[in-house]
Design a protein around this ligand. Structure first.
Ligand SMILES: Cc1ncc(COP(=O)(O)O)c(C=O)c1O
Length: 577
């Protein structure tokens, strides 16, 4: 039987189509980061395999095979800290213990402050409280009257100092008292907020939401609606809130089939954007400039000294320019998620700081003037939620508390203050001031021979460790003992408010160095030539395999084991998704 000529033609088209599909699939694989973070599905599977085990009293200070005298010094130092914590944080610890059984968040954060092998021991002895009763200047005060320099930055909300927000809340509340909690209709302040936000963002339209997560959801939904494409691109390690599509890996029990997680700052990713036709938007969290392709650094993941960070402004600017060009060329919506960095790097946010304009920008955190908020600013055509020519084809977005009068009023106060001379004057010198502070601290640490350094993106800092060690996570407890308040991710992230003067910062630097000296003296940074980060990782892997093997032997032929408790790695990595 002979094949008609059109048969050959159809066959050739099919082969060409298959070859194209294969090529784009391969390009996509190449654009994924080789780490587990770059492979969400695999990461979830691996996380589910991590077994719980913990070190006993003997191993707890010798998990790196340190000599007995070093382990003894560590134990003494640890118990000295434990005594200090017990004496100093009585009421704060008591109330934390009281609520632990009833507030899920407290249980979670308390469980994931250190690598899981040490958690129970540490929690038994070093109770970090979850309560504060006051704030002032750059400090916060706990229930026992202890005052700490605040490095938590209230998750990034606190850009200008807590007193600034107290004023926004007070003055804002007074402005809207007459209307009270009426929703649906707007308080007139909404009009000036919209005007100011359009000017600051350089965008044509604004929408108000209740959280950063919701602002990101709405931006992505709009991008899908207008491009009629399905997929969003996020970069490896970047956090964009806890909505499923932007958290495709560990921490989210469901897969996110319409999300591509690509390598940050990489030509392979640009190639994918240039060739695929299903990409609606690219989400950029400019905070990733400090640690491209890595998740938010938390001390629960600090199993060795592999944490790295370095901000290269010129390189990241080039990357954003390249992204801008390819998105324009391909009709992909470029979204800057400035929920974290907005108003912190520059008055006009990351767009101004890096000199690159996005199509949609999300804000939140600080913009609420101390109250919860999410905002999308964007090009008018992209912000539209309906089509004139197809009246039933809409892009729905609501939220009961959107544009709440009290939130709008606090935002109004925030935006108002942004234009005051004392705030405007902060921005031009910001970068230099915080870079100089980081550099001075690093020089001091180096002179003192201490095995750590800081990396920073302006006022957002992270601590890196320069000597292989399994005990870096202990540093957070030494810092608290010196009077520095840290968030539950510990030394992974310090967020300074911009009202830190030179004297305030000098006090923080002194405390930081004192804490590091104490930890060094207590032997926690003991190391020998055989102890490398690779050796540490291998050892942990071996320990895990052994746990599985023992469980297998114990079970014999008795079927699959029931889990004693969920894998701690799962949740710890969720934070760093
Ligand atoms: C970049 C970014 N996007 C979105 C969010 C989510 O904001 P929210 O916690 O207000 O939902 C966060 C929160 O940390 C964030 O840092």
């Amino acid at each position: 039987m002979s094949i008609p000529p059109e048969g050959y033609a159809l066959g050739a088209v099919a082969v060409a189509g298959l070859a194209f599909k294969l090529k784009t699939r391969l390009e996509l694989s190449k654009a994924k980061h080789p780490s587990l973070r770059g492979h969400s599905r695999m990461a979830r599977r691996v996380a589910a395999l991590v077994p719980f085990y913990e070190y006993d009293d003997e191993q707890i200070f010798r998990s790196d095979d340190a000599p007995a005298d070093v382990a003894g010094r560590r134990r003494d130092g640890f118990m000295r800290l434990a005594k200090l914590y017990q004496e100093r944080f009585v009421e704060t610890a008591r109330l934390t213990a009281e609520v632990e059984g009833s507030i899920s968040d407290v249980q979670f954060t308390d469980t994931y402050r250190v690598p899981f092998q040490y958690t129970r021991f540490v929690r038994r002895h070093l109770k970090a409280g979850s309560f504060l009763r006051a704030s002032s200047g750059v400090t916060v005060t706990d229930l026992d009257g202890n005052t700490f320099h605040d490095l938590t930055g209230s998750y990034g909300v606190n850009v200008f100092g807590t007193d600034f927000y107290k004023e926004c809340l007070r003055d804002g509340a007074a402005r809207v008292e007459a209307l009270g909690p009426v929703l649906g209709a707007y308080h007139p302040l909404v009009a000036s907020n919209a005007r100011r936000l359009r000017e600051i963002s350089g965008q044509g339209e604004v929408s108000f939401h209740m959280s950063g997560t919701e602002a990101v959801m709405q931006a992505v939904r709009l991008a899908r609606y207008h491009t009629r494409r399905t997929h969003l691109v996020r970069f490896c390690g970047a956090y964009h809130g806890w909505w499923g599509d932007v958290q495709p890996g560990v921490g989210n029990p469901s897969p996110a089939p319409e999300t591509y997680t690509l390598k940050d700052m990489d030509e392979d990713s640009l190639r994918v954007l240039r060739t695929r036709r299903d990409i609606a938007c690219v989400l950029v969290n400019p905070l990733q400039a400090l640690h491209p392709n890595a998740g938010a650094p938390s001390d629960a993941m600090l199993v060795d000294s592999g944490r790295g960070a370095h901000f290269d402004r010129a390189a990241y600017t080039r990357w954003l320019q390249e992204l801008r060009a390819v998105c324009t060329e391909r009709g992909i919506v470029l979204i800057f998620d400035e929920v974290f960095v907005g108003f912190r790097l520059a008055r006009g946010g990351a767009q101004e700081y890096f000199g690159v304009a996005a199509d949609l920008v999300t804000y939140g955190k600080t913009l609420g003037g101390g109250l919860p908020v999410g905002v999308v600013c964007g090009r008018k055509d992209l912000m539209r939620r309906f089509r004139d020519e197809r009246p039933s084809d809409i892009c729905f977005a609501r939220g009961t508390f959107n544009s709440h009068p009290y939130v709008m009023a606090a935002m109004h106060e925030f935006l108002d203050r942004l234009d005051r001379p004392e705030i405007r004057e902060l921005y031009p010198t910001l970068e230099r001031v915080w870079n100089e502070r980081a550099q001075a601290l690093n020089e001091r640490l180096e002179r003192a021979g201490l095995p750590l350094k800081v990396a920073n993106l302006s006022s957002i800092w992270t601590v890196c460790y320069t000597r292989p060690s399994r005990y870096n996570w202990m540093f957070q407890y030494y810092l608290r003992a010196e009077g520095l308040a840290l968030s539950w991710v510990g030394t992974g992230r310090f967020i300074f408010s911009l009202n830190y003067g030179d004297a305030d910062f000098a006090a923080v630097a002194d405390k930081f160095v004192a804490a590091a000296r104490a930890m060094e003296q207590d032997g926690f940074w003991w190391s020998d030539a055989a102890l490398t980060n690779k050796v540490i990782k291998r050892r942990i892997l071996k320990e895990m395999l052994l746990v599985h093997l023992r469980a297998l032997l114990r079970r014999g032929g008795r079927g699959p084991a029931r889990r004693a408790r969920p894998s701690s790695d799962t949740a710890a990595s969720a934070n760093t998704a």
